[in-house]
Write a protein that binds this ligand. Structure first.
Ligand code: 5GP
Ligand code: ZN
Length: 138
């Protein structure tokens, strides 16, 4: 299903041109317009889902397989040394386009990394409590 006012619906379905690296009946993978690194690719389903929570079963199963293919192609074509697979849910997590997409970001030895957060110390009791809360919510 498409959403009228959604830019990624228009891009994925070819109404707005993009630098496409892959297309099939379900997906389009394009270069990010403002890449973190040259070759930064976005996998966009042609159907509209706001985020991971609203994605259907078929998309959940197939999107990571496509991420594997794009990552492998980046390693080969760009001679990068690794890649990040990133998917943001909600504005608090940095999501700016509210149509599900997966970032595949090439990475180079000695270059910038995705994980730049400060690592907190964990306390065993608190960890047990938090694990219990998440477990109970599943
Ligand atoms: P988010 O922050 O929602 O996870 O990622 C959205 C990404 O889409 C950003 O990296 C942004 O640069 C990219 N983007 C936003 N608008 C366009 C566009 O019109 N074309 C392309 N190719 N990328 C876009
Ligand atoms: Zn959309």
């Amino acid at each position: 299903m498409k959403k009228d006012d959604c830019i990624f619906c228009k891009i994925a379905n070819g109404e707005i041109p993009s630098d496409t690296v892959y297309e099939d009946d379900k997906y389009r993978a394009i270069l990010d317009l403002s890449p973190a690194v040259k070759g930064h690719t976005l996998i966009i389903p042609k159907d509209h889902f706001d985020d991971l929570l609203s994605a259907d079963e078929e998309t959940l199963e197939s999107v990571l397989k496509l991420a594997q293919r794009i990552g492998a192609a980046q390693l080969k074509a760009l001679k990068c040394d690794g890649f990040n697979v990133v998917q943001n849910n909600g504005e608090a997590a940095g999501q700016t386009v509210h149509h599900l997409h997966v970032h595949i970001i090439p990475r180079y030895n000695g270059g910038a990394k995705m994980v730049a957060w400060e690592q907190l110390k964990s306390e065993p009791e608190e960890q047990q409590k938090i694990a219990g809360e998440i477990k109970a919510a599943l």
